[in-house]
Design a protein around this ligand. Structure first.
Ligand code: NAP
Length: 432
């Protein structure tokens, strides 16, 4: 019998578990560890609550979790409760699928002012992430700025712009729904440091913006190259640019605005005791397609600034780490130690992009430890003994389901569930 540990229960972790389960069947035990008592990482805490169709992929992961050889072990933080070396002692292979939960820093003066937050914090707040449940983003001003021209920036801008009715059917947490409902924000400016041809925004996500109940997206057509220049673009990007251009024709007949401001690089954030404005430098494309400042500056009012410029992974003691992810060669970090997903590649790609990662690493593992070959590791029984000796209380599949059932039972009208956001609430449900 082989024992495998996957650290992290988001998409990358579950695709890896699925691949290992297919490769080994009943000849392996696969333990999926997570620091929270409920799984699905990015699906639960990252994907926007009004994108329930994306979250539906978790049904596939449910099937993996129900396999006889797969176990979920929650409430365990690797690197704190036990070391990587200890985990490698207990398991034949360890796969790090810890995602990229931290905001990259913008690195401009004023970033530390109240009112300036990272997208991981904001997204975590409206998605019920326990670390950000008490974030209380500043929604009492009329102007917000979102920095970045990717899909996370769009998520943040859209969530700031929607009405309560538009969250019907979403699983946004109650505290965020109430706060957003009474938000004073009327203008959300999205700052892209390069132009419309360089956006990392996808057509579906852009297309939604033209149909918001209370907000109209705006672009300045002078930011765009001539329309013929769209022709050679990759089809997805061309579609995005076409949608962006179409925003120029929308009537301005709604109370809120979502302004796309391209060639705009934040230089600093200013304000007395809190963010009040972003000082922006105009840019142009340099020879390599990067953003080069022109020296011309202007200010954009903003009492809330959300940076959505990418994420980085949490380092784990004794695991080589560089550039926001674990150092690896095709997913292999060291003997019997692997990384998948954003912890391997950095924070790019869709949820499905994690699937080939997981399968490739599972293949590598199976090549060195063929199914049916004997292993001598202890796996979960040794892990649980070690955790118990340290006063750590792991949770299991039944605990997760109990929490989930209670969340569904507590659902607000129009929402599939009311997520628990703080550890004492989880532990309360489990009677601990
Ligand atoms: P992203 O796609 O990498 O976009 C990051 C944006 O931040 C880019 O526009 C980048 O501009 C900009 N940026 C980086 N550093 C900056 C700086 N110092 N100053 C100003 N701007 C800066 O990252 P993301 O939006 O966090 O998304 C992560 C991944 O998740 C992506 O693959 C995304 O598609 C995916 N995602 C998908 C969905 C969905 O499918 N609905 C939703 C959310 C996220 P440059 O291009 O100039 O570097």
């Amino acid at each position: 019998m082989r024992h495998f540990a996957i650290v992290g229960s988001g998409p990358a972790g579950f695709y890896t578990a699925e691949a290992l389960e297919k490769a080994y069947g009943e000849k392996a035990r696969i333990d999926i560890l997570d620091r929270y008592p409920v799984p699905y990482g990015l699906i639960r805490f990252g994907v926007a609550p009004d994108h329930q169709s994306l979250k539906a992929v978790s049904k596939r992961y449910d099937k993996v979790a129900e396999c006889a050889g797969v176990d979920f072990i929650g409430n365990v933080t690797v690197g704190r409760d036990l070391s990587i070396a200890e985990l490698l002692d207990l398991y034949d292979a360890v796969v790090l699928a810890t995602g990229a939960p931290h905001d990259r820093k913008l690195g401009v003066p004023g970033e530390e002012l109240p009112g300036v937050i990272g997208s991981a914090e904001f997204v975590g707040w409206y998605n019920g992430h326990p670390e950000f449940a008490d974030l209380d983003p500043f929604l009492r001003g009329t102007h917000a700025v979102v920095v970045g021209a990717g899909n996370v920036a769009l998520d943040c801008a859209r969530i700031l712009s929607k009405t309560r009715a538009e969250f019907e059917g979403s699983d946004i947490v109650g505290h965020a729904l109430d706060a957003l409902d009474s938000s004073a924000i009327r203008t959300v400016t999205i700052l892209g440091r390069r132009g419309p041809h360089q956006v990392a925004m996808t057509p579906k996500e852009l297309g939604e913006l033209g149909h918001l109940e209370a907000s109209v997206p705006e672009v300045d057509l002078t930011d765009f190259p001539p329309v013929e220049a769209d022709e050679p673009l990759e089809p997805g990007l061309r579609k995005s640019v076409t949608i962006l251009r179409s925003f120029a024709e929308l009537p301005h007949d709604k109370p809120k605005r979502m302004v796309f401001d391209f060639f705009a690089k934040p230089l600093r954030i200013e304000g007395e005791g809190g963010a009040e404005r972003v000082i922006v430098e105009c840019t142009e494309l340099d020879e390599k397609g990067g953003a080069r400042g022109t020296g011309e500056t202007y200010e954009v009012p903003a009492s809330l600034v959300i940076t959505a410029i990418g994420y980085s992974t949490s380092p784990i003691p004794d695991v080589p780490f560089e550039g926001g992810k674990f150092v690896n060669e095709r997913g292999c970090i060291a003997d019997r130690l692997y990384a998948v997903g954003w912890a391997r590649r950095g924070p790019t790609g869709t949820i499905g992009t994690n699937r080939p990662d997981g399968y490739e690493v599972a293949e590598q593992i199976a090549a060195t430890m063929p199914a049916g070959s004997a292993g001598e590791r202890e796996g979960a029984s040794g892990l649980k003994r070690l955790l118990e000796s340290r006063g750590v209380m792991p949770t299991d599949y039944d605990d997760w389901r109990k929490i989930e059932q209670t969340e569904v039972a507590n659902a607000r009208p129009g929402s599939p569930r009311e997520k628990f956001v703080r550890p004492h609430e989880w532990l309360g449900v489990l009677g601990r």
